[in-house]
Design a protein around this ligand. Structure first.
Ligand SMILES: C=C(O[C@@H]1C=C(C(=O)O)C=C[C@H]1O)C(=O)O
Length: 100
């Protein structure tokens, strides 16, 4: 049987976790909405789906922000790379659809 006080504390934290997860989903949806528009622009003007120089800049910036926020910079880099990989996949798909 869980102590009612511990149960209340857990419930409070979980309420915040659920709010943060919802914000993350909304922020990611907004980011992908923008990157899809970038994909359309790139496909229209024959620009490559990936931009390694831009990615390098973003990774360095995010690592700095993570350090300042007390978040593991390696995790921040892995997360950004995971997102960017999906964005590039979208851009390749958009370019292929435009050619078809
Ligand atoms: C969105 C872009 O396309 C790609 C995806 C990026 C991202 O998700 O931030 C960054 C660079 C590119 O490899 C872009 O060039 O700005």
């Amino acid at each position: 049987m869980i102590d009612p006080d511990v149960k209340a504390q857990l419930g409070n934290y979980r309420q915040s976790i659920d709010n943060i997860d919802a914000a993350l989903v909304h922020m990611l949806a907004e980011r992908f909405r923008c990157t899809k528009e970038v994909g359309v622009l790139k496909a229209k003007y024959n620009l490559p789906p990936a931009d390694p120089a831009r990615e390098e800049f973003q990774i360095e910036r995010l690592r700095r922000l993570a350090k300042d926020a007390n978040l593991d910079p390696d995790f921040a880099e892995k997360f950004l790379n995971f997102v960017i990989k999906e964005v590039i996949r979208h851009h390749e798909q958009i370019a292929a659809d435009l050619k078809a």
